[in-house]
Design a protein around this ligand. Structure first.
Ligand SMILES: Cc1cc2nc3c(=O)[nH]c(=O)nc-3n(C[C@H](O)[C@H](O)[C@H](O)COP(=O)(O)OP(=O)(O)OC[C@H]3O[C@@H](n4cnc5c(N)ncnc54)[C@H](O)[C@@H]3O)c2cc1C
Length: 389
């Protein structure tokens, strides 16, 4: 919907991907919320392009805690918001050669408190689990608790739930200016003017652009392009219950995820990019084919479909969630990198707690989430405290 006119609200959420939709859902429990999205459809950018994995073993510590805190929500979404399961069991198998085997020990240690169902597999047992690994991959770690996630389903849960709680959602409403007036934000979004006490910057790859428009110093976000493609699942693997197979070395260089009738593959590439409508480059698809063929016996030659999306990282690769300490009412919700879907329920609750000036939710604190480690304040040491630009 593209509306003209002026609206006054408590919170303006900028961005209709999973981060913005999740934040709108949680915030609208207590506050008036308007969400504006630049595109004509929600979830058009990174949210619509993910590999749809949910694994507490995936990502840095704060992401693991935020992910674990969202498992119950995704397992059983609030009544009436999803008529179908959003998660299906999909064990994760991290694999390495001899040189990278210590990476699996580090991973096992890092996740032992979060994941119950973890075990190491070696040699012949590993080879038998999938039947498709190349012989140089002799070390494995199975995360039996990881899941395949219905991303569109989860996004719709947030959107439906937010609307039911009164959130107004405006598409084709790109934010082009933000200014402070009388202690509130006045924001131009398409043909609409919104005045709000708080803005939530959930603009993904464009997060620093929104900050610049608001006169807030950027945090140094880098969008990194990642390529994915699907190939037909070979007939002999049609009835094999494959796990998602992930390179367990540092850095990760490939993964293969089973989907109905298909295999989703990626070279786990990270090419710096401007914020844009990312497209797959032929060279990255070729690299993916080469890496998957080197590490498996799949012998891929044809790709059914390829796409790319921007995974956006802060300089320390941790998310950025919290009020900017230098500017009144400017909340950051960016830098989700490659984990923004799985961490979205936890991150949305954290964002809502911070906007409402409440403590970090107890379950998140109990999982070891250190809110200071992901606050934008870490980029503002030495800067002056809150000001009204
Ligand atoms: C190939 C690939 C695989 C991935 N696999 C996984 C996975 O398995 N599990 C997982 O958890 N994560 C995965 N991710 C990461 C995940 O997709 C992202 O972390 C997540 O989608 C980020 O969501 P977002 O809402 O922050 O960004 P986006 O979905 O990009 O949303 C930001 C929105 O802000 C809007 N916007 C920007 N500027 C403005 C403006 N001026 N005015 C209004 N709106 C604006 C944009 O149009 C966009 O819709 C993957 C990503 C890729 C690319």
């Amino acid at each position: 919907m593209n509306t003209t006119g002026s609206i006054s609200t408590d919170v303006l959420v900028i961005g209709g991907g999973i981060a913005g939709a999740g934040a709108a859902y949680e915030l609208s429990a207590d506050l008036g919320v308007v969400l504006v999205e630049a595109e004509s459809t929600l979830a058009y950018h990174t949210t619509g392009r993910s590999a749809a994995l949910f694994a507490e073993s995936y990502g840095p510590q704060p992401i693991r805690a935020l992910t674990a805190a969202g498992r119950d929500f995704i397992m059983s979404p609030p009544e009436g918001l999803a008529d179908f399961p959003l998660l299906e069991p999909l064990p994760g198998l991290f694999v390495t050669d001899d040189d990278n085997a210590p990476c699996l020990d580090e991973l096992a240690e890092a996740i032992e408190d979060l994941v119950d169902d973890v075990r190491r597999v070696e040699g012949d047992e590993l080879a038998e689990i999938t039947g498709i690994l190349a012989p140089h991959l002799t070390h494995g770690l199975i995360d039996g608790s990881s899941l395949a996630l219905d991303v569109a389903g989860l996004h719709q849960v947030f959107v439906k739930g937010a609307r039911r709680r009164g959130t107004r959602i405006e598409t084709s409403a790109p934010v082009t200016s933000l200014r402070r007036e009388g202690g509130r934000w006045v924001v131009t979004a398409g043909d609409l003017t919104v005045d709000a006490e708080v803005v939530v910057n959930a603009a993904g790859a464009w997060g620093d652009r929104i900050a610049e428009m608001a006169g807030v110093t950027p945090v140094g976000l880098t969008p990194l392009r990642r390529t994915a493609f699907v190939v037909k699942r070979p007939p002999e693997l049609e009835d094999v219950a494959l796990p998602v197979i992930v390179d367990g070395g540092h850095p990760e260089t490939w993964y293969v995820k089973p989907e109905p009738g298909l295999l989703l593959c990626s070279p786990a590439d990270e090419t710096p990019s401007e914020p844009c409508d990312a497209r797959p480059e032929e060279i990255d698809v070729a690299l993916g084919i080469e890496r998957v063929n080197h590490n498996t016996t799949l012998g891929i030659r044809h790709v059914v479909r390829a796409w790319a999306g921007l995974r956006t990282f802060a300089p320390d690769r941790l998310p950025v969630v919290g009020f900017d300490p230098t500017t009144e009412g400017f909340m950051w919700l960016v830098g989700q990198g490659g984990y923004g879907i799985q961490s979205s329920p936890g991150m949305s609750r954290l964002c809502a707690a911070l906007v409402n000036h409440r403590e970090v939710p107890e379950d998140l604190a109990a999982l070891g989430l250190d809110a200071a480690a992901i606050s934008p304040a870490r980029f503002r040491r030495g800067a002056e405290a809150v000001s009204d630009p």
